[in-house]
Design a protein around this ligand. Structure first.
Ligand code: ATP
Ligand code: MG
Length: 659
């Protein structure tokens, strides 16, 4: 075995364990270590080392928890190696799946340019399907709500379990609906195929199906990747696990995964910490590296972190040692009269920090649930402190943005029934039934057109020529013609000649009066749309690529572009770090959640504890732990005890302050 000389001094920038993992020539490498111990750094340096050794970038696959994390890691790799790595595939499982599926969609019965349905689209589609399948029986029979149906389906997809088993195990009260649910699920699947659309779970499911059913593709990809590297491995579910093994099945391929069992916080989405614990069993030649030094946090914060996770008996015991010097102040605990006092305290402290020269991007406020952020959002706004909320409604999920995108989606994918439904449902005087009818009319004619034009993937003549009014009641003819004329104005020569520059301007002009009559903050919304126009015209890959990016972008991805304070759920904060961290709403029943306390399942409580561990380990220099003694609206105003996560900390580890 020969090691070439790396272009830089890796040993000087890594500790001996990290260095060994970076240089390892083993086929299966696992780094399992606590928070802030440099797992992500190790993975980044390993990528750099492989490139230094001459592995071509396109033969590496880096799977990360967010696309932003991948971008940051690859940016760092570029700095380290000074090579062009645009050929290297890095991103989330979903983004890699999309990349592959769009090339081979036809093999699964989809067309190129398929739509990705986000949460809202899925709900609207399944609602329509339930209505169609169940009719008026829905209300009478207390049929499960769309959200519940989707979460059953999603859990089944991500755990590889049968949905019926999940139904019987977790939702036995709905057992009598089994047959009806089966029909709904089948119709939902058909509807997606017909609309040429996939939801997030489908991206992963269809990728696996594509590779399983097509020996040539499986062999191509297995041969392509010489190294597969995975960050945050503790949160992979069995579907993702299968994708990893398909990609890394080449005889030459090596697999490196890094993670921390104590930070597994996605079991509710099907993640299974057993994958990381069983890595050794699965790969008998696996080489395990453990890191016991924490580089992120000052010693007092690390003590609190160690104490927080020590409460969990289900964890591998690991005690992290601080690499940073002592002498830092203790983490601060603040008990506030109510949530507005708490928010006022947080905003005030942030104001002081900013005044003392700290940057907003070095500060985060973390909480268990998105709704816990409202008071702090208001307090920061009042104090004119710029902030970004990564947990809430994302840019692309706002109604006015989705309205605008619906037109683009329809042009790019004329089978996108959800997009058309969104457009026609907004017509004055058009109810759900008429809207469905209109969609039917549209689809029939689109289908006929494509049958007459085999080989075309976009409609290449004006819509008004392709789609007529037959089947639309005469009362709605004017609206229908107006829609077709508008689509024509977006692309006078047919969708095949779509260009993004003029498209958005025409769209903006069309939508402006609608927005003005529908919203009192129309100006802000128009600003959003111009923002959308700007990013669309600068997007590489045209409208089609832009639309898929819009669906794939996660809340976290939008964060931290500018210098502003981050507000985030703990879940979304995974893997990140800030100089100062506030963990708020630490009341018993708020964090841990009341639901978990009442449920009584120790497994759920252990996950809450891990979540608290993830929260406190985000902090580098200063940590504030706060809670409101009273919180709630006029109906549910109640008194809160401090969280068990606070009361179980040794008192000498924290300093109690008045708000
Ligand atoms: P998490 O579990 O939260 O994902 P992690 O184990 O991935 O954390 P990193 O984010 O890679 O940890 O590293 C934490 C911090 O420590 C980073 O700022 C990183 O640059 C720094 N760090 C890690 N290893 C070293 C080292 N050997 N020398 C100096 N700094 C280091
Ligand atoms: Mg990390």
């Amino acid at each position: 075995m020969s090691l070439s000389f790396p272009s830089r001094d890796y040993a000087a920038e890594l500790n001996p364990e990290q260095y060994a993992a970076v240089m390892s020539q083993e086929r299966h490498v696992l780094v399992i270590a606590g928070a802030g111990s440099g797992k992500t750094r190790t993975l980044t340096y390993r990528v750099a080392r492989l490139l230094d050794d001459g592995v071509p970038p396109w033969r590496l696959l880096l799977l990360t928890f967010t696309n932003k994390a991948a971008r940051e890691m690859l940016q760092r790799v570029t700095e380290l190696t000074h090579t062009n790595i645009s050929q290297l595939w890095g991103g989330t499982f979903h983004s890699v799946a999309y990349r592959i599926l769009r090339r081979h969609a036809e093999r699964l019965g989809f067309r190129a340019g398929f739509t990705i349905l986000d949460g809202d689209d899925r709900r609207s589609m399944i609602r329509a399907v339930v209505k169609k399948v169940m009719g008026s029986m829905v209300k009478k029979d207390r049929f499960p709500k769309p959200e519940l149906l989707l979460s059953i389906l999603s859990l089944a997809a991500n755990t590889g379990k049968n949905w019926e088993d999940i139904l019987l195990r977790d939702y036995a009260i709905h057992a009598q609906h089994r047959d009806a649910i089966d029909s709904v699920f089948k119709a939902y699947t058909e509807q997606k195929l017909e609309s040429n659309a996939m939801d997030f779970d489908d991206l992963l499911l269809n990728l696996v199906r594509l590779l399983r059913e097509n020996d040539d593709l499986r062999a191509d990809y297995a041969e392509r990747f010489l190294h597969v590297l995975v960050d945050e491995y503790q949160d992979t579910n069995s579907l993702q696990e299968e994708i990893i093994s398909l990609f890394s099945s080449g005889a030459q391929c090596s697999l490196t995964v890094v993670g921390d069992d104590a930070q597994s916080i996605y079991s509710w989405r099907g993640a299974d910490v057993q994958h990381i614990l069983d890595f050794e069993k699965r790969y008998s030649d696996a080489r395990i590296y453990k890191i016991e030094t924490n580089y992120r946090s000052v010693p007092p914060i690390l003590s609190v972190s160690n104490a927080a996770i020590a409460q969990n008996t289900g964890q591998f015991a690991k005690e992290l040692r601080a690499a940073r010097p002592g002498g830092a102040p203790l983490p601060v605990v603040v008990s506030a009269g109510d949530s507005s006092v708490e928010a006022f305290f947080v905003a005030g402290r942030i104001d002081e920090l900013l005044a003392s020269g700290m940057q907003g991007k070095d500060i985060a406020v973390l909480y268990r649930a998105h709704s816990h952020s409202l008071e702090v959002q208001m307090a920061l706004a009042r104090a004119h402190i710029p902030f970004r909320v990564t947990s809430g409604l994302r840019f692309f999920e706002q109604a006015h943005i989705k309205d605008a995108l619906a037109y683009l989606r329809l042009l790019v994918n004329p089978f996108d029934a959800t997009a058309l439904l969104r457009i026609v449902e907004a017509f004055p005087g058009v109810g759900a039934v008429t809207a469905q009818k209109m969609v039917g009319v549209w689809l029939r004619q689109v289908r006929a057109w494509f049958e007459a034009h085999p080989g075309e993937s976009l409609i290449s003549e004006p819509h008004s020529r392709v789609i007529g009014c037959k089947g639309i009641s005469s009362r709605h003819h004017p609206l229908w013609s107006e829609l077709l004329a508008f689509l024509d104005s977006l692309h006078p020569e047919g969708a095949a000649f779509l260009t993004s520059a003029d498209l958005m301007n025409t769209l903006l002009k069309h939508l402006e009066p609608k927005l003005r009559s529908a919203y009192d903050n129309a100006d802000e919304r128009l600003e959003d749309l111009s923002q959308l126009a700007a990013s669309l015209s600068s997007a590489e890959g045209g409208v089609e690529e832009f639309l898929s990016q819009a669906s794939l972008i996660s809340g976290v991805d939008e964060a931290a572009q500018d210098d502003c304070v981050t507000l985030s759920t703990v879940h979304q904060a995974k893997g990140l770090e800030w100089k100062v961290v506030f963990v708020i709403f630490l009341g018993e029943g708020l964090f841990p959640l009341y639901r978990v306390i009442m449920n009584g399942d120790p497994k759920l409580m252990e996950e809450e504890t891990r979540l608290f561990y993830v929260a406190v380990t985000r902090a580098e220099d200063r940590l504030y732990l706060t809670y409101p003694r009273y919180n709630g609206g006029s109906y549910d105003y109640r008194y809160y005890q401090p969280s068990r996560f606070l009361t179980s900390l040794p008192p000498e580890m924290v300093e109690v302050q008045e708000p």
